[in-house]
Ligand binder design. Structure first.
Ligand code: FES
Length: 135
């Protein structure tokens, strides 16, 4: 089995048996978005610890194997990390996480959807809590 086959298997395994799939109640962050090319969706919910870390995280959605596997892998990677870590996440980190660099432009959008959702949620939360501390 070549290494790209192993990664393809891994992506399919996360797609079929998604880790951290579901909803989190209560949660502090909720964010969702869809891929405009196909309409596939990812929603992420996060519980934030008092020291601004990702205490718990879940996702749900519908879509292709790459978008859903990428969301599931990202939740595993993100759990326990500071919110600031999310701000530093890059496309390269996601491709590394997926174990592949040979995705075409359409598939890149699939792979990056969950990162976009998580960043949007975290930025919104940090913006909101900055406003809170101003009061
Ligand atoms: Fe829709 Fe991949 S084909 S996100």
């Amino acid at each position: 089995m070549s290494s790209s086959d192993i990664y393809r298997e891994l992506i399919l395994d996360y797609y079929r048996n998604p880790r951290n799939f579901g909803k989190l109640d209560p949660h502090d962050i909720e964010s969702r978005d869809s891929n405009p090319l196909c309409g596939d969706e990812v929603e992420i919910q996060v519980k934030v610890s008092p020291d601004n870390k990702i205490e718990d995280i879940r996702f749900h959605g519908k879509g292709c194997a790459i978008s859903q596997a990428s969301a599931s892998m990202l939740t595993e990677l993100a759990k326990g990390k500071p919110l600031e870590w999310v701000k530093e996440l890059s496309k390269e980190d996601i491709l590394k996480m997926l174990g592949t660099s040979d995705l075409g432009p359409a598939r890149i959008k699939c792979a990056l959807l969950s990162m976009k959702v998580l960043k949007t949620g975290v930025y919104g939360y940090l913006g909101a809590s900055l406003e809170d501390s101003d009061r």
